[in-house]
Design a protein around this ligand. Structure first.
Ligand SMILES: [Zn+2]
Length: 253
């Protein structure tokens, strides 16, 4: 299989959001938002799908994210000759707008999401529609309807395809979470997504915006355990330095 990181634009996060308490709440850092495309012989897997794409960013979300035309998800898939209809498996690490914003495009794919996160997202959607939780970050959930094929993941570990395993994590950054482990030659790769925004998160303070701070720290411990079990590389959720180094690479397994 071939693994391609897809650059999907820029999140405008404060230093405090990205690196945790003690960071400046005013200083804005541009962090990458991105996805991972996995081409296998018989399947096309996408892990996360970026912020909701529109011809232009929704004005209500402009302060949260931005992207250039070539960073549209459809443009990034087209680089490899694919359209959203070609994707057979969409894995959502969680339901947040910068990871699940374009879910509505994938009407043919099986959509894999942690079962607790799925239930929480549906509650968020209901709260948004009732006007209780207004604002751009939940708007994308209104497009989660019966035309999509959700496959809530309940087992602690699920082999999605040979060499690709979904690992459930408890409530922490979100209501629940899926990490993806890719194993085989040339080595193990853990797609940690927002279990840890940056390598710093493995040893330092928690970010401020998490559903459950104690659960988040427990998730860091579990991620360390997973990294011991599958030694190799970890790709972090929003690390500017790491993403700059991997964004134009292709890994071959
Ligand atoms: Zn994120």
């Amino acid at each position: 299989m071939k693994i391609h990181p897809l650059a999907l634009g820029t999140l405008h996060m404060t230093e405090e959001m990205l690196y945790g308490q003690g960071g400046s709440p005013d200083k804005v850092i541009d962090a990458p938002t991105w996805a991972v495309l996995i081409e296998t012989e018989n399947a096309l897997v996408l892990v996360d799908c970026g912020c909701q794409q529109q011809p232009q960013v929704d004005p209500a979300a402009e302060h949260i994210y931005s992207f250039r035309p070539e960073e549209l998800l459809t443009a990034q898939l087209a680089r490899f000759g694919h359209t959203p209809e070609d994707v057979t498996h969409l894995v959502l690490t969680h339901s947040h707008v910068d990871h699940a914003g374009n879910t509505f495009l994938f009407k043919k794919a099986g959509i894999y999401i942690d079962a607790a996160e799925y239930a929480g997202a549906l509650q968020d959607k209901a709260a948004y529609l009732a006007g209780q939780r207004p604002g751009a970050p939940l708007q994308h959930l209104t497009r989660w309807d019966d035309s999509l094929h959700f496959r809530p993941v309940e087992a602690p570990r699920t082999q999605l395809l040979p060499g690709i395993t979904l690992v459930r994590f408890p409530r922490g950054h979100a209501y629940g979470f899926l990490a993806v482990v890719i194993s085989g030659k040339p080595g193990n790769l853990i797609l940690a997504s927002d279990l840890a925004y940056t390598p710093d998160a493995m040893t330092k303070r928690p970010p401020t915006l998490v559903t459950d701070p104690a659960g988040y720290l427990r998730g860091i411990d579990l991620l360390r355990d997973l990294a011991e079990e599958f030694p190799g590389e970890i790709w972090y959720g929003h690390c500017p330095e790491q993403f700059a180094a991997i964004r134009d690479t292709t890994l071959e397994y």
